[in-house]
Structures are given as structure tokens and as C-alpha cells.
Design a protein. Structure first.
Length: 374
């Protein structure tokens, strides 16, 4: 006969057999809980190890950078800082507080968090290539994907376009068969396979006379540039694209430095010809610079540091132009105040990040010398 199964109550833990992590294999000494002598053998040592392990928490959490209360400012030190601060620069107390909060922002953003943000399609292109500076400006301006990713559409169109010259109708099945046999295998690193698989409405017809060409296709090709997409885009107000968590997770340190170099270039282009330049710095651009700076490590090379210093100098030059615009509102060389234009506060934030996070304190001397000339 088979042995009878034990009831569930027989498995209840007793005081002497407490649950532990894993199955016990080695023997453990049965000593008092307050045993504090030197272990004489392995059994006594395992007893002390298991006793200390019971005192550890089962669940731990990452340290909260905001759980410690901020120390109250010293009255004497605050008086010294107030007397030493320049009236045209941010106070040292504000710089220290901003540095602490920016460091905490970087820590919180770098923590591994799952299920945040919408799930993106793996084949969809979310941003331009880092080498396409002009396309990145179109992307940041909020333009549709057809304008900041035209290379993908042009490649697909060139593959669909037949060669010049006349061809017989007998060649039609062979050409369509070749397209269907090779198109699914065509792919590259940019995820262009979805564009290749889209067939032209004219090529999807079964015969040249059996089915008419769609009306939308004729209207689009009769008036190029005035199609439904172009008209809809021109009527709608385009809002600048904001830095989201999904986009920032795809940007590493090298790409962030490359994009910050673009921002420094665009600001310089605007300052050279402010009345006719299309590179108007906006508040959304300042938020992008803030987010990109959070993707850069504390220790970088000399060339990368020079790039960040150029960005800070460009923001100081823009700040100087804003100050002059405030003093001379009727100046013809400065573009009138535009809604959403990058302001004085945003310039100070970018300069403070570079000067305080990467310890480039000499930038404050340059800022003071520059602003005293306004």
C-alpha cells in the first residue's frame, strides 16, 4: 500500500524550524539567540550567520535624495554671500541649491524604471540621425515626419519609379513578380522596410484599363506641393516638439554632446543675423538643452568640455542680446519679442549647469565682464 499523504497542517512551521532562504543542507548548531561567543566550529558559525540574516529587511529601496531635510542657511554665511554676489549674476545660494536639485534630477532619471511611456514601434523612426543638423531643426520645430525624414521616402520612391522609356505590357507581370519577391527582404539600419512594402496606387492596378486610378492619386500628382497633407500642415499651427522620456532614453552621451553642439551653432547663427535668421531660440529649445545636459557624465574629455563651454558662451551672448533688447526696445537689429522665445531665466539655467556641475567657475567671470558692458 502507498503511504498516506501528510496533511497541510503537518507542514506548519514551528518555532525551532523557521523559514529561510533556500533549503538547509549543512547542520546548524542549536544555541541560545543571545549567543555572542567566538564560533568554535562550522555549525556555530552558520548559526550566527542565519541569526544575523533574520535581522535584515526582506525588501530594500533605493535611497531617496530628497528625504534628508535641507540644512538651514547660516546667517553669517548668507550675509557674506550677499555682499560678495554681483548684482547681475545669480546668487551663490541659488547656484548651490540648483546644483543639488539638478544632480538629484539626473539620479532619478537614471534609475531603471519599467512601464513608463508609450510602447514605440520597433521599426518606426523616432528621430533624425545625429549627423543631419538641418533635419534636427525641422524635428525640434514640430514638423511632420515627412519633412525631417525625407531620405526614407525618397529612397522608397526611387525604388518604385520605373526606368525611363517605353515598355511592353508583357513585361508587367515579370516586373511585379520581381518587386514582390525582393521587397520583403530589403531592409537597412534605419528601418526603411515599411516604406518599401508600400505599393504605389498606380502600380497596384491589375491591368492598364480594368480599374481607374484613384482620384486622390490624380489630384496629388496634378498639383505637386498642394496635396492634402501639405494643405493640412499649412493650416494647422505647428507646436515645437518637447523632450519626452521615450526620446531621451534613446539618446546617449555622445549623441547628447552632438546635439548640444548644434544648439550652440544655431544660437550663433541667430545672433549673427537676428532680423533674418530662421534659427530663433525658443523655450522648448532651452528645455531640450536642459534634458540633454542631464545625459552627460560628470567626467568628460577636454574636447567635450570645450563644447559645453561654447554652449555656455553662446547662451551668455544671447543673454547679452536680451539685455540690450530690454534697454533698447526700438533697436532695428534685434527681432521684436516673440511669444515662446528663449528668455533670460533659461539662459542662466544653462550657464549655471555648465559652470557648477562641471566646475567651470571662470565662466562667471566672463559673464560678469560681459554684462557690465550692457
Amino acid at each position: 500500500m502507498m503511504p498516506s499523504k501528510r496533511k497541510r497542517e503537518d507542514f506548519e512551521d514551528s518555532d525551532e524550524d523557521e523559514p529561510a532562504y533556500g533549503k538547509q543542507i549543512l547542520p546548524v548548531a542549536n544555541l541560545p539567540y543571545d549567543f555572542n561567543d567566538e564560533p568554535m566550529d562550522g555549525m556555530q558559525y552558520l548559526f550566527t550567520v542565519r541569526r544575523d540574516a533574520r535581522q535584515l529587511p526582506d525588501i530594500v529601496r533605493v535611497p531617496n535624495p530628497y528625504e534628508k531635510p535641507e540644512p538651514p542657511p547660516d546667517a553669517s554665511s548668507s550675509d557674506d554671500q550677499t555682499s560678495s554676489d554681483s548684482p547681475c549674476l545669480p546668487s551663490e545660494q541659488w547656484r548651490g541649491m540648483f546644483e543639488l536639485r539638478f544632480q538629484n534630477f539626473r539620479k532619478n532619471f537614471s534609475q531603471p524604471t519599467i512601464h513608463v511611456g508609450p510602447a514605440s514601434e520597433p521599426t518606426r523612426r523616432l528621430m533624425p540621425d545625429k549627423r543631419d543638423r538641418d533635419l534636427w531643426w525641422e524635428f525640434l520645430s514640430g514638423k511632420p515626419e515627412s519633412q525631417w525624414a525625407p531620405l526614407k521616402a525618397s529612397k522608397a520612391k526611387s525604388k518604385r519609379q520605373p526606368p525611363p522609356g517605353m515598355r511592353a505590357w508583357a513585361d508587367e507581370p515579370q516586373r511585379s513578380h520581381a518587386a514582390t519577391s525582393h521587397a520583403p527582404w530589403h531592409s537597412n539600419d534605419e528601418g526603411e522596410v515599411e516604406q518599401v512594402l508600400k505599393l504605389d496606387p498606380a502600380e497596384s492596378l491589375p491591368s492598364p484599363v480594368a480599374t481607374p486610378v484613384p482620384l486622390g492619386y490624380l489630384e496629388e500628382h496634378r498639383q505637386p506641393g498642394v496635396g492634402p497633407v501639405a494643405g493640412q500642415t499649412s493650416r494647422q499651427s505647428i507646436s515645437p516638439r518637447e523632450p519626452t522620456t521615450t526620446l531621451l532614453k534613446l539618446i546617449d552621451e555622445r549623441m547628447a554632446l552632438h546635439l548640444l553642439m548644434y544648439f550652440a551653432h544655431w544660437i550663433q547663427q541667430y545672433l549673427n543675423t537676428p532680423e533674418s535668421s530662421v534659427y530663433l531660440p525658443l523655450e522648448s529649445h532651452a528645455r531640450w538643452m536642459f534634458a540633454l545636459l542631464s545625459r552627460i557624465d560628470d567626467y568628460i574629455s577636454a574636447d567635450d568640455m570645450n563644447l559645453l563651454r561654447n554652449l555656455a558662451r553662446a547662451c551668455l551672448a544671447l543673454l547679452k542680446a536680451i539685455k540690450r533688447e530690454q534697454n533698447f526696445q526700438s533697436s532695428p537689429t534685434i527681432r521684436p519679442c516673440t511669444e515662446g522665445k528663449m528668455g533670460e531665466t533659461s539662459c542662466w539655467i544653462i550657464v549655471t549647469i555648465v559652470a557648477e556641475i562641471w566646475k567651470q567657475r571662470d565662466i562667471w567671470i566672463d559673464a560678469q565682464d560681459m554684462l557690465t558692458q550692457v
